[in-house]
Ligand binder design. Structure first.
Ligand code: CP3
Length: 356
């Protein structure tokens, strides 16, 4: 008798999430949500409490795999996203990173050449391999029909935290350093390009089906700087990944890029674009839909509100975007106040599309 594992019943190409990258417009479209694992789920808070610190959770493959699987068990999303954080990269490179309860990430800021000289990719590989082990466990533990997304932060967004030492609303520290000392800033970006390629490569070899590059602060730059610090480093990462893994789709998420998103897609070579909450639906329809795979962009706060208002907006998104290759998602991550039953209602409503 032939033994079949879950993977061979559902070869990668049969996962609905992957089919949009072959040009399929699916009704209903595949769905996953940014930050689908997290504090809005009681079972996450339980594991998080056991882990102690947030970074301990990221570096514990059994626990990280468990919290990745929690939203898949509840909602049956078409894709799981590896549980980790974009700030694992600076931590692994040797910068001091900690997460302060109720405040967010704190890092010892990189402000000069001496600070940069303390970081090295050589140091990072052990921690990167720990994350890759989580990916490997997930590939074993996920249902065959569920795609697995690996990710990293884009160099610009990661640099805003590395230079600022914490999150900020205007990314002034990084923008200032990029003007004051572009050579130093370029060296930091070069290191982050190399680290991202190494990190994503390990995730790909461990079994990730596709990747997302989070550029959460792409919207804080004027257009010439956007080209230099958002587009150019992302293009280098995409080119190096495509050279090694030609069939691995890459989603870019240039949050806040507005009308620059079309050039971003064209110039970086990403296979799909994550549209943020503020991206006008008419702009998505006219400049992106049908030209690349579109992902997005329900307001996470409308998911908190739920009800008719949410269902009506979902209907509008589907009516406008689902005739072309489309992945349903939010315009940014799920917030901790989100009632889990609203997520269930969202999934139910999206899945009823095209099945009437
Ligand atoms: O999406 C997922 O479910 C996968 C896991 C994931 C996390 N962070 C878990 C997390 C992913 C993909 C990220 C990406 C990330 N991290 C981004 C890019 C996307 C975005 O939201 O713009 C950024 C900018 C970060 C940096 C970061 N991590 C911040 C600013 C914070 C603090 C804010 C907060 O919500 O507390 C984190 C912490 C973090 N990352 C949490 C989770 C579940 C909460 C920490 C906790 O559980 O104690």
């Amino acid at each position: 008798m032939r033994t079949v594992d879950k993977g061979s019943i559902h070869p990668r190409s049969q996962r609905r999430m992957m089919q949009v990258f072959d040009g399929a417009a699916l009704g209903p479209p595949p769905i996953w949500l940014m930050r689908q694992a997290g504090r809005y789920l009681p079972e996450y808070r339980e594991v998080r409490a056991k882990a102690g610190s947030f970074l301990n959770l990221c570096y514990n493959p059994a626990m990280a795999a468990e919290v990745t699987l929690q939203p898949i068990r509840r909602y049956g999303f078409d894709a799981a996203i590896l549980f980790s954080d974009i700030l694992v990269v600076p931590d692994a490179l040797g910068q001091n990173v900690r997460f302060v309860e109720g405040e967010g990430p704190r890092l010892d800021p990189i402000r000069d050449a001496a600070g940069l000289a303390n970081l090295s990719l050589r140091k990072a590989t052990t921690k990167f391999d720990t994350v890759a082990e989580t990916v490997q466990r997930l590939r074993q533990g996920l249902p065959g029909e569920t795609a697995l997304i690996g990710f990293c932060g884009a160099p610009w967004t990661v640099a805003t935290y590395m230079v600022g030492g914490q999150g900020s609303s205007d990314q002034a520290a990084a923008r200032g350093l990029a003007y004051r000392d572009p050579t130093l800033f370029q060296s930091l970006m070069d290191l982050l390009v190399d680290a991202s390629v190494d990190y994503l490569g390990r995730q790909a070899r461990a079994g990730a089906d596709l990747l997302q590059i989070f550029d959460s602060w792409a919207g804080s730059l004027p257009d010439d700087e956007f080209e230099t610090w958002v587009v150019a480093p992302t293009r280098r990462i995409v080119a190096q990944m495509k050279a090694q893994f030609p069939d691995l789709p890459i989603i870019g998420f240039p949050r806040g890029s507005g009308p620059l998103a079309f050039n971003y897609v064209q110039e970086t070579g990403v296979d799909a674009v994550g549209c943020d909450t503020a991206m006008p639906l008419e702009l998505i329809r006219s400049s992106l839909s049908g030209k690349t795979v579109v992902q997005g962009n329900l307001d996470p706060l409308l998911l908190v509100a739920g009800g008719d208002r949410m269902r009506r907006r979902i209907d509008t998104l589907l009516a406008t975007l689902a005739a072309n290759p489309y992945i349903f998602n939010l315009g940014h991550g799920i917030v901790p106040e989100t009632p889990p039953e609203h997520v269930a209602e969202l999934v139910r409503h999206v899945r009823s599309y095209g099945r009437a």
